[in-house]
Design a protein around this ligand. Structure first.
Ligand SMILES: [Zn+2]
Length: 250
């Protein structure tokens, strides 16, 4: 894990497997986070509650922290996220999107992971800086993906500015919480597929293809839903040709 050299702790990580190209950004971010932590030789680790001056937990300080936060939207998003059916890494991806922590070029530049002066433009359009919102929703390419998905779902919707509002509104026209949960799954599958497509362009020089992203999002959503609902009687063909009928059966 590491060792002391003249009073300075030097990390020495060993990984069980080779780091994948798509994980390198997260690894750099992890190292830059560790650099901000100063360890002192001979001093034991302990928990510190930052909201009180003494560093120890006091109920009153927790109450004042909660009062100062706008909890409504994050709590709604959190609930809606767990309504969806997706693998844990995809749920974690959703969480990063809502908290603006997705490792886009702009975020990596801001955190000092990529140097100033490096090209941070969107990999789809090469015109605008790659922020999470631009990449997933506002870029003409991702807009095209969402439009194709709305057409497939027979849905009409506006494109809200924030990713969390976009997510919260997606599928609200369905009656039951379970059906809305299916739509949250579809939302996660679309966003996740756009993100994976972006990574394929970055790391494997793939060509952008909106129809392919939509097709993969449909299949991913179907696989996640099937894994959780074994009693589904519809086929993947039904799902792709008549999604609303399938969703209404939930
Ligand atoms: Zn773009």
């Amino acid at each position: 894990m590491g060792h002391w050299v003249n009073g300075i702790w030097c990390w020495n990580f060993e990984w069980r497997r080779a780091i994948l190209p798509r994980e390198e950004g997260a690894l750099k971010e992890f190292h830059s986070f560790l650099q901000q932590v100063n360890l002192v030789e001979g001093r034991e680790d302990k928990w510190i509650w930052n909201a009180s001056e003494e560093g120890s937990y006091i109920v009153k300080s927790a109450f004042s922290v909660l009062q100062g936060l706008e909890l409504e939207e994050p709590i709604l998003v959190f609930r809606a996220l767990w309504q969806g059916t997706a693998p844990s890494n995809v749920l974690a991806f959703g969480w990063r999107v809502f908290w603006g922590r997705l490792q886009t070029q702009e975020n990596m530049l801001r955190r000092g992971i990529i140097p100033i002066g490096e090209n941070t433009s969107c990999l789809f359009c090469h015109e605008v800086e790659e922020t999470p919102n631009h990449l997933l929703f506002n870029c003409f390419f991702s807009y095209q993906v969402w439009t194709l998905c709305y057409r497939w779902l027979g849905a009409l919707t506006a494109f809200p500015e924030s990713s969390s509002l976009h997510f919260l509104q997606f599928g609200n026209e369905f009656r039951t919480l379970k059906q809305q949960g299916v739509m949250k799954t579809v939302w996660l599958a679309i966003s996740w597929s756009v993100w994976l497509h972006r990574n394929k362009i970055l790391f494997k020089n793939d060509q952008k293809d909106a129809a392919k992203v939509v097709e993969l999002a449909q299949l991913r959503a179907w696989n996640w839903l099937r894994a959780r609902n074994k009693s589904l009687t519809y086929s993947v063909f039904d799902w792709i040709s008549q999604p609303r009928i399938c969703i209404e059966s939930f």
